[in-house]
Write a protein that binds this ligand. Sequence first.
Ligand SMILES: Cc1ncc(COP(=O)(O)O)c(C=O)c1O
Length: 291
Amino acid sequence: MYVYPIILTQSSFTHKDSLKYPFEERGLQFGDGIYEVVRIYHGTYYLLEAHVDRLFRSAEAIKIQLPYNKEELTNLLIELLEKNKMTNDGKVYMQVTRGSAPRDHVFPADVMPNIYAYVQDQSRNLAGLENGVHAITHRDIRWENCYIKSLNLLPNVLAKQTAKDNDCYEAILHKDSTVTECSSSNVYLVKDGKIFTHPATNNILHGCVRMAIERFTKEMNIPFIEEAFSVEDISLADEMFLSSSTSEITPVVKVDNTQIADGEPGPITINLQQAYERDANIHEIKIKQTL
Ligand SMILES: Cc1ncc(COP(=O)(O)O)c(C=O)c1O
């Protein structure tokens, strides 16, 4: 994936090859930091405001003081695309750590956060969007503050790798059989025309695409029910789908050895995909029309 040369670091712009961190860096040593991934279509951010809001919420939750306000950060992120003359589909990865300091669990005094953001090309996963993907179920062994978009992703990484090892796209996480979310996306079950998904508690990341989906369902008059479903409910689902900034709204057509309904993306999922494309102003509509 092509990475553009100019990166945002602290509050200025520099070439990515000149970014250097000492080895005593709290993000590296403790995972003491937060991040965001923002989708870009045709060189324009999608849902940027929601991502900036969440970055500030995550920073506050782990007591990192950002050196700018939301408007200043938004402007810097827009400038980052302009400086790179970015006009493609892509994404920005932005990371904020507590900073560089001699290794000690206690917060260092007077340390400035280390911040960088870079831009990458990222095309849409049209095969997954059109045909759906397979998933496994996996125990959710993460901590109790999953609403923070923290750098501590080891349980997510291990779950995703297990999915990959089983030729699957995602791992659907569950605590005592209650489905929370996936390793890097939110997950939904459709039954009798209603969408069920885990409530936005501390146990899941409050996805920006999840918020957009809730908005679409209001416009479309589809009940969006924030009620957790269980692993056992999956075999009775009419449709399933997952959402994230990189996966958009992706149908899930098989979970472990269970095919979801007829194994094809369902009509509610397809209608939401179309709403997403309209909302993101993606001109070349690729999602097939609802039957
Ligand atoms: C664990 C987890 N849940 C949900 C999401 C979806 O969040 P968003 O829609 O903001 O991309 C992500 C995205 O990376 C994630 O890592």
